[in-house]
Design a protein around this ligand. Structure first.
Ligand code: ATP
Ligand code: MG
Length: 189
Protein backbone atom coordinates (compact mmCIF):
# COMPACT_ATOMS: atom_id res chain seq x y z
CA UNK A 1 0.00 0.00 0.00
CA UNK A 2 1.17 3.48 -0.91
CA UNK A 3 1.40 5.66 2.22
CA UNK A 4 0.58 9.31 1.63
CA UNK A 5 1.97 12.18 3.64
CA UNK A 6 -0.80 14.21 5.29
CA UNK A 7 -1.65 17.51 3.56
CA UNK A 8 0.32 20.44 4.97
CA UNK A 9 -2.01 23.14 3.63
CA UNK A 10 -5.50 23.87 4.88
CA UNK A 11 -8.10 22.41 2.50
CA UNK A 12 -10.09 25.67 2.32
CA UNK A 13 -9.89 29.32 3.34
CA UNK A 14 -11.64 30.60 6.44
CA UNK A 15 -15.17 31.55 5.30
CA UNK A 16 -15.90 35.28 5.32
CA UNK A 17 -19.69 35.18 4.93
CA UNK A 18 -22.46 35.47 7.47
CA UNK A 19 -24.24 32.47 9.00
CA UNK A 20 -27.85 32.02 7.84
CA UNK A 21 -30.43 29.36 7.12
CA UNK A 22 -29.58 27.08 4.22
CA UNK A 23 -31.53 25.30 1.52
CA UNK A 24 -30.10 21.79 1.37
CA UNK A 25 -31.00 19.29 -1.36
CA UNK A 26 -30.40 15.53 -1.29
CA UNK A 27 -31.16 14.16 -4.73
CA UNK A 28 -29.97 11.45 -7.14
CA UNK A 29 -30.96 7.83 -7.64
CA UNK A 30 -28.79 6.15 -4.99
CA UNK A 31 -29.79 5.27 -1.44
CA UNK A 32 -29.37 7.75 1.38
CA UNK A 33 -31.39 10.90 0.57
CA UNK A 34 -33.98 10.55 3.32
CA UNK A 35 -31.65 8.95 5.86
CA UNK A 36 -29.14 11.80 5.46
CA UNK A 37 -31.96 14.29 6.04
CA UNK A 38 -32.95 12.36 9.19
CA UNK A 39 -29.32 12.47 10.31
CA UNK A 40 -29.36 16.26 10.06
CA UNK A 41 -32.62 16.35 12.01
CA UNK A 42 -30.93 14.33 14.78
CA UNK A 43 -27.91 16.58 14.77
CA UNK A 44 -30.04 19.75 15.06
CA UNK A 45 -32.21 18.18 17.76
CA UNK A 46 -29.03 17.29 19.65
CA UNK A 47 -28.20 20.99 19.65
CA UNK A 48 -31.57 21.75 21.21
CA UNK A 49 -33.02 23.20 17.99
CA UNK A 50 -36.64 22.87 16.91
CA UNK A 51 -37.04 20.48 13.98
CA UNK A 52 -40.06 19.49 11.91
CA UNK A 53 -40.16 16.70 9.33
CA UNK A 54 -42.81 16.46 6.60
CA UNK A 55 -42.98 13.37 4.39
CA UNK A 56 -44.84 13.91 1.15
CA UNK A 57 -45.10 10.26 0.11
CA UNK A 58 -45.75 8.57 3.45
CA UNK A 59 -49.12 8.05 5.13
CA UNK A 60 -49.78 9.77 8.48
CA UNK A 61 -49.95 6.36 10.20
CA UNK A 62 -46.50 5.16 8.96
CA UNK A 63 -44.53 3.38 11.70
CA UNK A 64 -41.08 2.94 10.20
CA UNK A 65 -38.00 2.86 12.42
CA UNK A 66 -37.57 6.61 12.06
CA UNK A 67 -41.14 7.33 13.17
CA UNK A 68 -40.69 5.19 16.27
CA UNK A 69 -37.38 6.77 17.19
CA UNK A 70 -38.39 10.36 16.43
CA UNK A 71 -41.46 9.85 18.59
CA UNK A 72 -39.24 8.76 21.49
CA UNK A 73 -37.02 11.77 20.96
CA UNK A 74 -39.90 14.20 20.58
CA UNK A 75 -39.10 15.17 16.98
CA UNK A 76 -42.36 15.76 15.10
CA UNK A 77 -42.60 13.82 11.83
CA UNK A 78 -45.73 13.98 9.73
CA UNK A 79 -46.78 11.89 6.75
CA UNK A 80 -48.76 13.97 4.28
CA UNK A 81 -49.48 11.37 1.59
CA UNK A 82 -51.87 8.50 0.96
CA UNK A 83 -49.41 5.69 0.28
CA UNK A 84 -49.74 6.38 -3.41
CA UNK A 85 -48.66 3.53 -5.65
CA UNK A 86 -49.02 2.90 -9.35
CA UNK A 87 -51.50 0.09 -8.61
CA UNK A 88 -53.94 1.89 -6.36
CA UNK A 89 -53.89 5.34 -7.81
CA UNK A 90 -56.42 8.00 -7.16
CA UNK A 91 -54.47 10.85 -8.67
CA UNK A 92 -56.87 13.63 -7.77
CA UNK A 93 -56.86 12.56 -4.16
CA UNK A 94 -53.06 12.24 -4.01
CA UNK A 95 -52.67 15.64 -5.63
CA UNK A 96 -55.11 17.23 -3.18
CA UNK A 97 -53.29 15.70 -0.21
CA UNK A 98 -49.98 16.98 -1.54
CA UNK A 99 -51.41 20.50 -1.85
CA UNK A 100 -52.97 20.40 1.63
CA UNK A 101 -49.71 19.02 3.04
CA UNK A 102 -47.71 21.69 1.31
CA UNK A 103 -49.86 24.41 2.88
CA UNK A 104 -48.90 23.04 6.30
CA UNK A 105 -45.23 22.76 5.44
CA UNK A 106 -45.24 26.22 3.91
CA UNK A 107 -46.82 27.75 7.01
CA UNK A 108 -44.24 26.01 9.20
CA UNK A 109 -41.35 27.33 7.09
CA UNK A 110 -42.69 30.89 6.99
CA UNK A 111 -43.56 30.94 10.71
CA UNK A 112 -39.88 30.87 11.63
CA UNK A 113 -40.73 28.59 14.55
CA UNK A 114 -38.26 25.89 13.45
CA UNK A 115 -34.53 25.85 13.02
CA UNK A 116 -34.84 23.06 10.46
CA UNK A 117 -37.74 21.89 8.30
CA UNK A 118 -37.34 18.68 6.30
CA UNK A 119 -39.45 18.23 3.16
CA UNK A 120 -38.84 14.54 2.54
CA UNK A 121 -39.62 13.30 -0.99
CA UNK A 122 -41.10 16.62 -2.04
CA UNK A 123 -39.63 16.21 -5.52
CA UNK A 124 -42.25 13.59 -6.41
CA UNK A 125 -45.35 15.80 -6.03
CA UNK A 126 -43.41 18.45 -7.95
CA UNK A 127 -42.51 16.07 -10.79
CA UNK A 128 -46.08 14.70 -10.97
CA UNK A 129 -47.43 18.24 -11.24
CA UNK A 130 -49.36 17.98 -7.96
CA UNK A 131 -47.60 21.03 -6.54
CA UNK A 132 -46.66 24.18 -8.44
CA UNK A 133 -42.89 24.63 -8.45
CA UNK A 134 -43.22 28.41 -8.31
CA UNK A 135 -44.99 28.25 -4.96
CA UNK A 136 -42.19 26.18 -3.45
CA UNK A 137 -39.50 28.48 -4.85
CA UNK A 138 -41.33 31.53 -3.58
CA UNK A 139 -41.65 30.06 -0.08
CA UNK A 140 -37.96 29.15 0.03
CA UNK A 141 -37.05 32.67 -1.02
CA UNK A 142 -39.46 34.32 1.43
CA UNK A 143 -38.53 32.20 4.46
CA UNK A 144 -37.15 33.85 7.59
CA UNK A 145 -33.40 34.18 7.30
CA UNK A 146 -32.48 31.71 10.04
CA UNK A 147 -34.62 28.80 8.80
CA UNK A 148 -32.84 25.81 7.24
CA UNK A 149 -34.85 23.68 4.80
CA UNK A 150 -33.85 20.22 3.54
CA UNK A 151 -35.53 18.85 0.42
CA UNK A 152 -35.15 15.24 -0.71
CA UNK A 153 -36.11 13.09 -3.66
CA UNK A 154 -34.90 12.00 -7.07
CA UNK A 155 -34.82 14.31 -10.09
CA UNK A 156 -34.80 17.55 -8.15
CA UNK A 157 -36.03 20.36 -10.44
CA UNK A 158 -33.08 22.49 -11.64
CA UNK A 159 -34.72 25.67 -10.38
CA UNK A 160 -34.49 24.34 -6.83
CA UNK A 161 -30.90 23.19 -7.34
CA UNK A 162 -30.13 26.71 -8.57
CA UNK A 163 -31.64 28.33 -5.49
CA UNK A 164 -30.14 25.84 -3.00
CA UNK A 165 -26.95 26.38 -1.01
CA UNK A 166 -25.87 22.77 -0.58
CA UNK A 167 -26.80 20.08 -3.10
CA UNK A 168 -25.73 16.46 -2.89
CA UNK A 169 -26.43 13.89 -5.52
CA UNK A 170 -26.55 10.33 -4.22
CA UNK A 171 -25.26 8.29 -7.11
CA UNK A 172 -26.21 4.64 -7.26
CA UNK A 173 -23.07 2.55 -7.53
CA UNK A 174 -24.92 -0.61 -6.45
CA UNK A 175 -28.23 -1.31 -4.78
CA UNK A 176 -29.04 -4.62 -3.09
CA UNK A 177 -32.56 -4.45 -4.52
CA UNK A 178 -31.11 -4.85 -8.00
CA UNK A 179 -29.53 -8.16 -6.87
CA UNK A 180 -32.97 -9.37 -5.83
CA UNK A 181 -32.59 -8.74 -2.10
CA UNK A 182 -35.90 -7.47 -0.73
CA UNK A 183 -36.34 -4.43 1.49
CA UNK A 184 -35.39 -5.14 5.10
CA UNK A 185 -36.69 -3.68 8.35
CA UNK A 186 -34.24 -1.32 9.94
CA UNK A 187 -32.49 -0.70 6.61
CA UNK A 188 -35.26 0.43 4.27
CA UNK A 189 -38.02 1.24 6.73
P1 ATP B 1 -33.30 6.07 2.22
O1 ATP B 1 -34.70 6.38 2.72
O2 ATP B 1 -32.94 4.66 2.50
O3 ATP B 1 -32.31 7.10 2.62
P2 ATP B 1 -33.64 7.35 -0.32
O4 ATP B 1 -34.45 8.36 0.39
O5 ATP B 1 -32.35 7.77 -0.90
O6 ATP B 1 -33.40 6.12 0.63
P3 ATP B 1 -35.87 6.93 -2.12
O7 ATP B 1 -35.71 7.28 -3.55
O8 ATP B 1 -36.68 7.79 -1.24
O9 ATP B 1 -34.42 6.68 -1.49
O10 ATP B 1 -36.35 5.47 -2.10
C1 ATP B 1 -37.11 4.90 -1.11
C2 ATP B 1 -36.76 3.44 -1.00
O11 ATP B 1 -36.13 2.96 -2.18
C3 ATP B 1 -35.78 3.19 0.12
O12 ATP B 1 -36.25 2.05 0.78
C4 ATP B 1 -34.47 2.94 -0.55
O13 ATP B 1 -33.65 2.01 0.12
C5 ATP B 1 -34.86 2.39 -1.89
N1 ATP B 1 -33.88 2.79 -2.89
C6 ATP B 1 -33.08 3.87 -2.87
N2 ATP B 1 -32.29 3.90 -3.95
C7 ATP B 1 -32.58 2.81 -4.68
C8 ATP B 1 -32.13 2.26 -5.90
N3 ATP B 1 -31.17 2.86 -6.59
N4 ATP B 1 -32.69 1.11 -6.35
C9 ATP B 1 -33.66 0.50 -5.65
N5 ATP B 1 -34.15 0.96 -4.50
C10 ATP B 1 -33.62 2.10 -4.01
MG1 MG C 1 -36.41 8.89 0.45
Amino acid sequence: MQIETPPSEKPYEKPEGERRGLVIVNTGDGKGKSTAAFGLALRAHGRGKAVKIYQFMKVPSARFGEHRMFEQLGIPIEGLGDGFSWKTQDLDHSAQLARDGWERARAAILSGAHFLVVLDEITYPLIYGWLPLEGVLETLRARPKQVHVVLTGRRCPPEIVELADTVTEMRMVKHAFKAGIPAQRGIED
